[in-house]
Structure formats: C-alpha cells, structure tokens
Design a protein around this ligand. Structure first.
Ligand code: FAD
Length: 390
C-alpha cells in the first residue's frame, strides 16, 4: 500500500502515529529526506494512514471567522531575549503551563537532533525558544498529546503548518482543551543535512546546543554548555546560507499547500519583516512578530493572554510584505537547486552544496572578511582615516 506521493510527503509522521499495528516506519530517500515505509507483515490494510495523511486531504478555510492580524512582542523582554522574534510562542507556553497544561514544541537534544517534546516544567521552556532551521522529528508526540487531551489536560501544540495539519488529521475530532499554533514557514531542510554538516565541519569538537535565531540573531552558534564553539554570521556559514537561499528544503516545501493566508491552526506566528515602524503607536526597535488569529478558539486564547504582550492591529497585506510564505511556497533557486539534487546522492550535502553559486558566495564573503582583518588592510584603513579625512 502507498500512503502518499513520496515527493509530496511532509514527513509529519501522522501515519506512523495513527497506525495501531506499528507498521509504519521512516527511512531516508535518495535525497536524505525521511519518508514512510510500510511493513507488509504488520499492515492490516485498514487505510487509516492514507486517510489522515495531509497530502491526501483538502483543507478548507474557517468560513465563519474573520482572520485578525496583530504586530506583537512579549512584555517580558528578558525572558524573550533568546527567542526567534517577539517571544510570542514562549509567552503562550508559559501561560499554558501556569494553567494546568502541557506544551509541545521542537527542541534539540544533546546530539543536536531536533525532536518534538512535551514540556511540563517552565525551566524546560528554554529548550523550545528560537527557530531551529531543520525539520523536527515529531516522533510519537501526536499520541502523547492525544493522551493528555483525553485526560482533560490543556495542550498547546506548536509546529510547522504541515505538522499541525498532520496533528489535526491524526486527532480526527476537535478538542476544546487544545490550542494549535503554527509558524509561518518558508521550508525546512531534512535532519540528515544538519547532522552531516556538523560531523564534517566540526569533527573533533564537543557541542550540545545550536542556535540560529537566539540572542545573536541570524548567527550559526554552536555551544558546549556556555562555551562558544563557533559563532558565525549567517553569510559566512554554508549550512545557514543554503537554508536562507532556499537551496536545501525538503522537496515538498516547494509545493507546500499551507504557504498561504488560509491557515490550518488556531493562531499563526512569524516575523513581521514588512512592518512600517514609523507608524507604530509605541515606537520599538526590537524584534516584532506577526500574530494571526485564525479561529474563534484562537481569539479566546489570545484574549486570555493579551496582557502578556504589546500588540496593535495591522493589515494582513502588511504582514505578507517581505513574507512570501503567506502568499505562496518558496521558489527553489535555479539552477543551484537542480545542481544540488543531481549531486546529492553521490556527494552528500556538503559535496553537493559546494558545486553551487551559494557556496561560492559564502567562500567569497569569508575571503573578504579575512582580507579586511589582515594587517595591511587595517593599516590602510587607519591611514585613510588619519590623513585622507583631513
Ligand atoms: C523552519 C522555519 C522556517 C520559518 N520561516 C519563516 C518565514 O519564512 N517567515 C516568518 O515570518 N517566520 C518564519 N519562521 C518563524 C519565525 O522564525 C519564528 O519561529 C516565529 O516568529 C516565532 O517566534 P517567537 O519569538 O514567538 O518564538 P520562540 O519563543 O522563539 O519559540 C520558537 C517556537 O518555534 C518552535 N520551533 C522552532 N523550530 C521549529 C522547527 N524546526 N519546527 C517546528 N517548530 C519549531 C518551537 O517549538 C517554539 O515553540 C520560521 C521558523 C522555522 C522553524
């Protein structure tokens, strides 16, 4: 039995979570992307995996609710300093934990594998903060979350839109004690790319944490507890540059049906790239989030948590400015994407990226940086400053 077209598979693992016979497992395809495989010995052909797969489902908008759009950031700026944008997710999570609930989100383990986990304790919320630019392994958290929901516990589940679509389908019915939050998402690379990159670039190093959008925003920052192992701005880092240029996503991301203003969750959060700061009622220089309220339940939740934020109503058109994922999926950078895919099966992630223009740009940036920090260059700069400015 085939669950879905493998090229379109989101990797959300709804199929694996729903299978009562545990007949579905995941393995890598030739591009390193995790896809489902069915064990024919265990499969009883019930068809449930196929039925709930988001690839095979048509999603419709919430017709009875007029979507609301806010620019917002958490008032607790100390707690949100390691967050990706306005610390909205973190504030939502704290609220749920304070109200007899549990939260699910993406966290790196000590080997830098990104997995969805359940958090009950505020101290563990630190692990969820920040955007991790790799596809998170849902593992069996859909089952775990359902178990909590069935016990009457309040659950907040955050993920990419495809993960939330998979989760909703897996549940097969609405739960009043569930709030879903999805991220505006331009795509996520397969987990195997990041692990290969770390193994090849940092073979003899000890590290147990990685951030992309933490206190140092848009830095590839590798840490061993509080020691910094590497701290590179995105344009000097090959993995980060491949991600930002759209080279390295799972191939389904380029046809993602959730990259639109029609959202799948109660609340959508993202970066408010297009905001016109000169029109803000309360001037602010820090990171600002987009918050889209998509359902009545989402509105009720936002009403309960709004005291945690500075927020003001903005238009969705403004939120979509510089944020194409609210209009359409990312476009692959050609011809680089094609070159990458042709070479990946033989050469792996680094080998395939190294044949693209994106790699050449990173190397060029690194060369310029080296030149600028070299002795004659700094002398020349000092000389120019001293004599030529007079
Ligand atoms: C792969 C990816 C692509 C993104 N693309 C865009 C974009 O194109 N435009 C845009 O506006 N915003 C994008 N975002 C969202 C944005 O970067 C922030 O995550 C969002 O604004 C929330 O910020 P925050 O400060 O409220 O979250 P924080 O308080 O920092 O919390 C981060 C939340 O994101 C979740 N999370 C982190 N990484 C992942 C992951 N890989 N998979 C699933 N959940 C994860 C965590 O569980 C946590 O709940 C993207 C995020 C990711 C992970």
């Amino acid at each position: 039995m085939k669950i879905c077209d493998k090229d379109l598979c989101y990797g959300c693992k709804a199929c694996q979570n729903i299978c009562s016979k545990n007949a579905v497992s995941f393995e890598s395809d030739i591009y390193g992307k995790a896809i489902p495989v069915i064990d024919p010995e265990k499969c009883i052909d019930c068809g449930l995996c196929k039925k709930i797969c988001p690839v095979n489902t048509n999603f419709i908008n919430q017709p009875d609710f007029k979507q609301l759009c806010y620019a917002a950031y958490a008032k607790d700026t100390i707690s949100s300093k390691n967050c990706a944008s306005g610390g909205i997710s973190n504030a939502f999570c704290k609220y749920i934990l304070e109200n007899n609930g549990v939260v699910f989100g993406a966290a790196f383990d000590e080997n830098i594998n990104l997995k969805h986990i359940m958090v009950r304790d505020k101290a563990d919320l630190e692990k969820l903060k920040g955007s991790k630019y790799v596809y998170s392994d849902i593992a069996f958290t859909f089952r775990q979350a359902k178990d909590m929901l069935d016990k009457g516990v309040n659950v907040l589940f955050t993920g990419t839109p495809c993960q939330i679509a998979g989760f909703n389908n897996f549940l097969q019915k609405p739960y009043p004690n569930l709030i879903t939050v999805d991220l505006i998402c331009h795509g996520a690379p397969p987990a195997s790319y990041l692990s290969e990159y770390l193994n090849k670039q940092y073979p003899d190093k000890n590290y147990n944490n990685l951030t992309f959008r933490g206190e140092k925003d848009f830095y590839f920052e590798l840490k061993y507890f509080s020691d910094i192992i590497s701290q590179e701005p995105a344009k000097y880092d090959i993995y980060f540059s491949a991600f930002l240029s759209g080279l390295s996503y799972r191939d389904n991301c380029y046809t993602c049906k959730f990259a639109s203003r029609n959202r799948i969750s109660d609340i959508t959060i993202g970066d408010f790239w297009g905001i016109d700061r000169s029109t803000l009622k309360k001037p602010y220089k820090g990171k600002i989030s987009v918050v889209l309220i998509n359902t009545q339940k989402g509105k009720a939740f936002f009403d309960n948590t709004r005291h945690l934020f500075y927020y003001e109503a903005r238009s969705i058109a403004e939120a979509a400015k510089n944020n194409e994922q609210l209009e359409h999926p990312s476009n692959p950078p050609e011809p680089d994407r094609d070159i990458f895919l042709k070479n990946y099966p033989d050469k792996g992630f680094l080998g395939a990226v190294s044949l693209t223009k994106i790699y050449k740009n990173v190397k060029h940036n690194q060369k310029i940086r080296k030149l600028k920090s070299s002795f004659p260059y700094t002398m020349l700069k000092k000389y120019k400053k001293k004599f030529l400015s007079k």
